[in-house]
Design a binder for this molecule. Structure first.
Ligand code: KIV
Ligand code: NA
Length: 278
């Protein structure tokens, strides 16, 4: 099976066939998401928050993205993989930007990159696209600018903000993006953008009237020790609770000498590797 591509994604928009996207940061999460039938995987810099324990995406480096993208690419060999360009890696010289993109594609194995921002990043987007790399835009709440925005707030709440977002979307479309993530944007503004651009919009906290949805893996599955429910997320499993229960049973069985049992050990005649399984 071949991965989805950006031509098919545009067709999905035209046909009203929603694009499904979830983040993945390692081999098992990527493999499980692929087996579950996801259209697109995102190696988001949200990995800073959800797997590295930072309190924002700002500390995430190119090395981090490359490392995690490699694991994801090994796990999901038939799925389209987008990786985030990290904080401040596309605002300086174009040579530096292209070098970062090259590493993420060549060393990491991504099929595309995602970049946060509007007209100010359009020249960089254009150069990356000209190099043959699909770019996914990302506007609305852009976590790499959290210190400038002043927190994680809903975007597009007044006329002026709505107009700004629409202009950003159009600038990105002109620069050649294959799609745009809309994060924490009002449903009305997300719908207007979706209608007025030809490439797919992928919403997160952007309501129903977009061309696809993206959520963070750990949010969908409540996978984390300090999980807090967000209104725009729907949780489909409680993996955190499962993990805590499983590990606490393991701890108590070892303490209580209930594990291991005789069958878990080996005798001298059990020499071959097959006997590791079953
Ligand atoms: O890093 C991330 O997970 C993202 C999504 C929220 C779109 O950028
Ligand atoms: Na991100």
């Amino acid at each position: 099976k071949h991965p989805l591509n950006i031509v098919k994604m545009k067709k999905m928009k035209q046909e009203g066939n929603p694009i499904t996207m979830i983040t993945a940061y390692d081999y098992p999460s990527a493999k499980l998401a692929e087996e579950a039938g996801i259209d697109v995987l995102l190696v988001g810099d949200s990995l800073g928050n959800v797997v590295l324990g930072y309190d924002s995406t700002i500390p995430v480096t190119t090395d981090d993205i490359v490392y995690h993208t490699r694991a994801v690419a090994r796990g999901a060999q038939h799925t389209f993989i987008v990786a985030d360009l990290p904080f401040m890696t596309y605002h300086g010289s174009i040579d530096e930007t292209l070098k970062t993109v090259r590493r993420i594609m060549q060393e990491g194995g991504a099929h595309a990159v995602k970049m946060e921002g509007g007209p100010e990043i359009a020249p960089a987007v254009r150069r990356i696209v000209e190099a043959g790399v699909p770019v996914l835009g990302h506007i609305g709440l852009t976590p790499q600018s959290v210190n400038q925005i002043g927190g994680y707030r809903i975007q597009g709440k007044d006329e002026r903000d709505a107009r700004r977002l629409l202009e950003e979307a159009k600038a990105l479309e002109s620069a050649g993006v294959f799609g745009i993530v809309l994060e924490l944007v009002t449903e009305e503004v997300a719908a207007a953008i979706t209608e007025q651009i030809s490439v797919p919009t992928i919403g997160i906290g952007a309501g129903r009237k977009v061309d696809g949805q993206v959520l963070v893996f750990h949010d969908v599955l409540k996978y984390g020790s300090d999980y807090r429910e967000k209104r725009f997320v729907k949780t489909y499993a409680d993996i955190g609770a499962e993990i805590r229960t499983g590990i606490s049973q393991y701890v108590s069985e070892v303490k209580g000498k209930a594990f291991p049992e005789e069958k878990h050990g080996f005798a001298a005649e059990d020499g071959v590797i097959e006997q590791l399984y079953g």
